[in-house]
Each structure stands twice: as structure tokens, then as C-alpha cells.
Design a protein around this ligand. Sequence first.
Ligand code: ATP
Length: 277
Amino acid sequence: MKGAHIAVDAVTHTYRRTGKAAVADISFEVRPGEALALVGRSGCGKSTLLHIMAGLIIPSQGGVLVDGLRVGAPSPKWVVMFQQPSLYPWMSVAQNVALGLRFTGRRREIAARVPELLRLVELSDYADRNVQDLSGGQQQRVALARSLAPSPEVLMLDEPFSALDAFTRGTLQRDVRRIAKDLGITLVLVTHDLAEAVVMADRAAVLSANPGRLCEMVPIDLADRDNLRSPEYADARNRLAAAYEKAAGRELTRFADPAGEDHPLPSSPLAKPASAT
Ligand SMILES: Nc1ncnc2c1ncn2[C@@H]1O[C@H](COP(=O)(O)OP(=O)(O)OP(=O)(O)O)[C@@H](O)[C@H]1O
């Protein structure tokens, strides 16, 4: 597997139903094998942009190029994982993973590839289990294995861990980044969770809302992503929080909690009623 280069070129999109631009004039590149997070407050157009990058929405203006080819429809070269793993409940874990190969006409590879994928997501012991008997985190691992089955060059994630508990989420965040890096594939992640962006991404594209525009690209250079107490981790979180708040049009003092949460200080504008901001 290898990662694809993505170029988002002056993308603007207006949904017909509302007639208002959801995202406007957005351009950036994602390098092969890079992990990029799209962050910004609710409604700023993160999912719209990801769906455009995946070929699920054709933008009103501009376009997306993957390795120089214009994206016009979904493709096995890139896969999207959503919050709901959307597994077939009457099938086993192995059968669900094999679907990724059946759908792309690669049935012959199933026998060799499914055990390999289950090893990758650490579910080898669950191959014959019914997916209904798995936890939410394990179901997302099945969905991940199914997504990786056709050897995509880009893995796109639309808040896939937001329904999971904090511990499971943290484990999956690290595992998905490690797997993407080991395979060399490009990762694009939509999240409203700044901690998730810091743990998973090499850079974060911070969007402002109404319409969604690219405000800032924040580099996240961390030597050790397992150490949530390192000064580098706190620094990356603070820089991202500052860019996020700037994009949201608010100035806010935040402090980073090494345990992983951002807390507005009592004197911050966010602690006051909305009318006072
Ligand atoms: N199918 C649709 N039809 C019309 N408007 C839409 C549609 N989908 C999204 N929008 C609007 O486009 C804007 C961007 O929505 P989008 O879901 O992309 O934002 P988001 O940043 O992903 O939000 P969230 O973090 O809450 O999921 C919002 O104003 C939303 O109401």
C-alpha cells in the first residue's frame, strides 16, 4: 500500500436546499502518508469538505485531485469510516471484513487477506464471532479492517470514535494512526475533539464557519504521542486551541489538562452566558 497525494483546489459548495455556501474557497494539500485533521466548531463544514474529498458530494465550484486525478465519485482508492460502523449483524467478523474485497471484485484474495487484516486490527480471536456480540470499539475495528481490505491509498474518518468511551477512543486513535503510518496510507480525519486531532494528526486544518473557510494550518510535531504529559503535547494542544478559538471568533484563555481535556478558565468568555460574549 502507499499513500495518495490530495489537492483540494478552491472548493466552494452550496447545498441547493439552503442556497447558502457551506464551505467557500478552500484550498490545501495533503502529502502522501500524512495524517490531516479537519477541525472547527459544529456546522463549519468539516463533513461537507470530507464528503467532497471522498467524491460523495460534487462541489459547486473547484475540485479535489487525488494523485492528479479529479475526484468525481467514490473509489476503492479511498475509503470513508463513519461514526456508525454499519456492519451486517447476521454475518461473522471475518465475513464482514471479506465484504471489502467482495465489493471490489477481489474474492480470490479473501482467504489470505482476511486473517492478515484481523491480525492488523487485533481481532484474530474473534474471526468467527457474530459482530452483534462485539463491543462498540471492536465493531469499529471490524469496520476498519473492512475499509483497509481493498488496500486504499487514503483513509477518511468522519468522527468515527465519538460514540465510544474515552478509554476505547484513546486506544483506537493511537491504533488507527499507527496502522495508517505502518501501511503508509494518507489519513484525513474530521473531528471536533482537539485532543483527538493532536493524538492522530501531523497537521490540523482549522476552519471558521458561515461559510466554512480555511483559517489556519497548525503543524503537530510530536516525537511521542503516547505521552500526554509531555510539554510538547501541551504546546501542540494550546496552539491548536488558540487557532480554533481564533477561527471561532473568540479569544479565550485555556489551559491544557495533561489528562486530556481542555477546560475554559472561570473568567473566560465561554464561562459566561452567550449574551455576554
Ligand atoms: N444535506 C444538507 N443540506 C443542506 N444543508 C446542509 C446539508 N448538510 C449540511 N448542511 C449545512 O452545511 C453546513 C456545514 O455542515 P457540516 O455537516 O458539513 O458541518 P460540520 O462542521 O461537519 O458539523 P458537525 O461538527 O456538527 O458535524 C451547516 O450549516 C449545515 O446545516
